[in-house]
Design a protein around this ligand. Structure first.
Ligand SMILES: *[C@@H]1O[C@H](CO)[C@@H](O)[C@H](O)[C@H]1NC(C)=O
Ligand SMILES: *[C@@H]1O[C@H](CO)[C@@H](O)[C@H](O)[C@H]1NC(C)=O
Length: 365
């Protein structure tokens, strides 16, 4: 094993610069875990040896599993392909990839918990890390996909997924079924829109065959948000949705406010004090069976607007606007859903109103 690591690093160094020079998007090497460990390194499902899972390094008890019903009665959902890994108590897997220092990258990964207990998956690229509580199920088929972003300071990033939990039942612990990366472009405000990435067109990679959108975890700062320009506030996730699978009013993406008042998205924009601005945006439903009386609350400066929206879950939307006077040189604009919603066909799936095409521009008389 001692010779493997220098070889791996040498090959990364050789392929690194060319790989890193191009715009980067796609699965990590063996990112869907479909390249299996050699059967001789498997003890039942437990992988033996730090370098036995192709392209990855493992630490602790890591199982190589196939999706579906398991011996012992559990059911493991594997939405992206056939195979996945399960991280036992305090176990981790990692991979080192070439990157451009200073660029923003988002990781997209399919993960789900295996037991009813709280399970926390830590994703890190040292010294940065984020903890994803997996106790809230956003889709009851288990196919939740998450994004987390980082800005590397050197030419290589060590991507680590770590199960922080210590469960009594060692058969519990999160599953990881696909890991992809995308280099994100920094969005800029324009003359007719002071909001960066106001149409949510720049966002994390969408995994192939992923029909559930991508969850953007809570507490994301704008500098390292997987949704460039936007801050994800408070306790729960918001969902990044694509036009291939959802109703998206403009362009190819939007956000769905899936966690009521428990999650909000915000952005701080530059304004001129005492000047009047117009904030326009679109609310609607994602055509995912999310129905009922919805309401999106918007805040800008000292102004607020509550936008009611009656959803039949079939894909409607409407554009609204209001004006506000800037109080300072910076103004925070914030959006959240007033209520919780679940799908008409699936009470286990959280859903909510969608937000798209957010625009702020000066009012000229
Ligand atoms: C996507 O789904 C198709 C059809 O079910 C399947 O053949 C293909 O392997 C899937 N691709 C991935 C990356 O899971
Ligand atoms: C704000 O912009 C919208 C959309 O362009 C427009 O319909 C509305 O009249 C504007 N409001 C003000 C106060 O300028």
């Amino acid at each position: 094993m001692a010779v493997l690591l220098p070889l791996l690093l040498a090959s990364l160094l050789l392929t690194g610069p060319a790989f890193a020079a191009t715009y980067l998007e796609g699965l990590l090497p063996n990112g869907n875990f479909e390249e299996p460990p050699n059967p001789s390194t498997l003890h039942k499902t437990v992988i033996q040896g730090k370098y036995s899972l192709p392209k990855w390094e493992i630490n602790g008890l890591v199982e190589y599993i196939s999706g579906g019903p398991q011996p012992g009665g559990m059911y493991f959902p594997v939405v992206h392909g056939v195979h996945a890994v399960r991280l036992g108590n305090e176990a981790s897997i990692s991979q080192t990839i070439p990157v451009k220092p200073g660029s923003l990258y988002s990781l997209t990964f399919g993960s789900s918990r295996t037991c009813a207990q709280d399970e926390v998956l830590r994703v890190s690229v040292p010294p940065l890390s984020g903890d994803l509580p997996l106790q809230t199920l956003y889709s009851s088929n288990g196919g939740d996909t998450y994004a987390w972003a980082f800005r590397p300071t050197s030419n290589f990033a060590k991507v680590i997924f770590h199960n922080l939990g210590v469960q009594e039942d060692p058969a519990c612990g999160p599953l990881l079924d696909a890991v992809a990366i995308k280099e994100l472009l920094p969005p800029m405000p324009t003359r007719d829109n002071l909001v960066r990435n106001g149409g949510f067109e720049e966002g994390p990679h969408l995994l192939k065959n992923s029909t559930n959108g991508v969850l953007l975890p809570p507490k994301q700062e704008d500098a390292t948000s997987p949704l460039p320009g936007w801050i994800i506030e408070s306790l729960k996730a918001v969902k990044f949705i694509d036009s291939a699978h959802f109703n998206v009013p403009y362009g190819s993406a939007a956000v769905e406010l899936v966690a009521g008042k428990e999650s909000a998205i915000a952005q701080v924009i530059r304004t001129v004090p005492n000047k009047l601005y117009n904030l326009t945006f679109t609310v609607g439903d994602a055509r995912n069976g999310c129905h009922g009386s919805m309401s999106v609350e918007a805040f800008a400066g000292a102004e607020t607007l509550k936008v009611p929206f009656e959803s039949k879950g079939k894909g409607g939307f409407k554009a609204v606007s209001f004006k506000f006077k800037a109080v300072g040189a910076r103004t925070r604009i914030t959006f959240f859903s007033s209520f919780y919603h679940t799908r008409v066909d699936d009470y286990g799936s959280l859903c909510g109103p969608i937000l798209d095409q957010v625009r702020v521009f000066p009012v000229i008389y």
